[in-house]
Design a binder for this molecule. Structure first.
Ligand SMILES: [Zn+2]
Length: 241
């Protein structure tokens, strides 16, 4: 073993002795080969059965109204699931690595499916409002998209965001809490500075979780309004049960 490598592993062993890797969900010690969660907690996350067509699953939800070419998802989202802990850490605890890590799993699935594609699919992470991004520092859907891009060469992240979140909410300070909450409608718009042609291109919408599918439907429709021949696909880490 070269000295540098040996030195590194001694330092790592010492570090793990002082700060043993802990499972984010149950707090028990995890094997250092297991990322973020212990083996037991990873196994509690219900994997999505690939033989189920998301379009069928979501028929009652809104995404059914936008025709999609491919649909990729990894897990079912359940409220007590360790996956919820992972998402909470990704969104609010600045754990970007979780997005990259889960994105790479999605990337593997996408790689298999798009192997015969002639042109790389354009990645469109669902944007967060600029103010939220400043607050949180990053967009978790972008982290997932970057993870995907690390795993497959059949996708490309455009230099400019194609979709922008244009308005978070009106200034509703005088309204009561309920109406303020209902007025926080997500409004997306096309970035006027984007000048690539998405017609006949595969466009992969990326998000962390599909609940109603309304967000992805809205973004899909926006893209089709400008590029009617774009081929929309979706990639998300999870789908709510
Ligand atoms: Zn655990």
């Amino acid at each position: 073993m070269p000295f540098g490598v040996m030195f590194q592993s001694i330092v790592k062993a010492g570090f793990n002795f002082i700060y043993p890797p802990i499972c984010l969900h149950c707090g028990k010690r995890r094997d250092e080969n297991q990322e973020f969660l212990c083996f037991t907690c990873w196994n509690q996350i219900k994997t999505y059965d690939a033989s189920l067509d998301i379009r069928q699953v979501l028929k009652s939800r809104m995404i059914g109204r936008v025709k999609t070419e491919h649909n990729f998802t990894l897990f079912w989202y359940q409220h007590s699931s360790p996956l919820k802990t992972l998402f909470q850490n990704l969104k609010y605890q600045n754990r970007k690595g979780i997005g990259l890590y889960l994105g790479r799993f999605l990337g593997k699935k996408i790689n298999e499916k798009l192997e015969s594609a002639s042109e790389p699919a354009i990645l469109v992470p669902v944007p967060v409002h600029k103010l939220k991004q400043i607050d949180r520092g990053y967009n978790q859907a972008l982290m997932i998209a970057m993870g995907i891009a690390r795993e497959t060469r059949h996708v490309v992240l455009p230099a400019k965001e194609i979709i922008l979140k244009t308005r978070q909410t009106d200034s509703q300070t005088k309204k009561d809490r309920i109406s303020r909450w209902t007025s926080q409608k997500e409004v997306f718009g096309l970035n006027p500075k984007v000048n690539i042609d998405l017609n006949y291109r595969s466009v992969l919408l990326v998000d962390d979780i599909i609940t109603t599918g309304a967000t992805l439907e809205q973004i899909g429709k926006l893209i089709l309004s400008k590029w009617p021949e774009a081929r929309i696909s979706i990639a998300t880490i999870a789908l709510t049960e």
